[in-house]
Design a protein around this ligand. Sequence first.
Ligand code: UFG
Length: 326
Amino acid sequence: MSICVTGGAGYIGAHIVRLLTRAGHEVIVVDDLSYGEAGRVGDAQLIQLDLADTAEIPRLQNALDGCTAVVHIAARKQVGESVERPAWYYQQNVGGMANLLLAMQGANVDRLVFSSSAAVYGQPPVERVPEDSTTKPINPYGESKLVGEWMVRDAARAWGLRGISLRYFNVAGAGWDDLGDPAVLNLIPMVLQDLYEDRPPAIFGDDYPTPDGTCVRDYVHVVDIATAHMAALGYLERDERPFDTFNIGTGFGSSVRQVIDTVGQVSGLAVNPVIQPRRPGDPAVLVGNVDRIEQVFEWKAQHDLLSIVDSAWRAWQAGPKRITLR
Ligand code: UFG
C-alpha cells in the first residue's frame, strides 16, 4: 500500500512511519516541520507543507494521488496553548482537517485513520470510559479533535470516505532510542527534564479522590499506538463500515506518584517529588475502556508502565540531555 502520514516527522508519526516502512509500504510524509524533524522519517518521501493553508490544497491533492490511505496525525496538541489561542487552534486542527478532506476527495483517496484524543471526553463520570460515553471536551484542543471526528463522520456520509477515529490516552515511551519525545510537555518528559536540571519533579495536586491522592491516567506506549494504526489500516481494508471510533489505551490506570516512582526505579536516581497546587482542568481519573479495540482489531497493548518509562529513560539518555548518574 502507499500511505500518506501527515505529521509523520513528529514523535508519534515517526513511529508509525517506521513501522509502515519496515512492513514494506510506500510512505509519503506531509509535515510542516514546525515540531517534526526531517531526520525522523527515514526513507519515506517528505513533503513540507502546512495543511492549514488553503493555498496548499492543490499540492496536497497532488501528493495524495495514488495513495491508498491517509493517517492524519498533524495537529497542534497543547491544551494550555489552545486555551490561550482558541481561534488559531481551530484554524490549525479543524482547518487542516478540512483541507485534507477536500484534497482526499479530489484525489479519490477514501480511507482515513484520524488521531483523536481522550480529551474529547473531558471529565468523564466513569472510571474506564468507553467510546459511547458523552463527549464533553473542556478545552479548545479537545473540542478541535471532536470537530475533527464529526468531519470524518460527515465525509463518510457525504462521499463514501471510510474513516476511523482513534482516541489516544496518555502516549509515552519510545520504540527506538532515536525517536524519543523531543517535546517536554507531558509528565514523563517533564520529570526527566527536572532531573536533568537537578530540580525535584512536581506533583500537581495530591488531594484528588484517588488511592494515593494524585491523578490517574492510562499511559500507553507509543509503539502500541503505532501498532494500533497498523491494525486500523488493516481493518479499513477488510471492513466496509463507513465510520468508527476506538479508544487506544491499556485499560489500566497509573497515578502521577507511581509514574514518578517508576522513573526513580529505572534510573536508579533518588527522585523526591514536591507537591504543587492542582493544575486547572485536570480530571482526577482518565482511563480507557479498551474492550472494543481489543475485540474488533484483535489488538492489545503489549507494554506496561515499567516498559514505557524504561524506554523513555533510554531514549532520553541517548539524546543531548543525558543525565549524569552520580
Ligand atoms: N503532572 C504532574 N507534574 C508534572 C506534569 C504533569 O503532576 O510535572 C500531572 C498532570 O497534572 C496530570 C498527569 O500528570 O495529572 C498527566 O499530565 P500530562 O500533561 O502528561 O497529560 P494529560 O493527562 O494532561 O493530557 C494528555 C495529553 C492530551 C491528551 C490526554 C488524554 O497531553 O493531549 O493526555 O488522556 F488529550
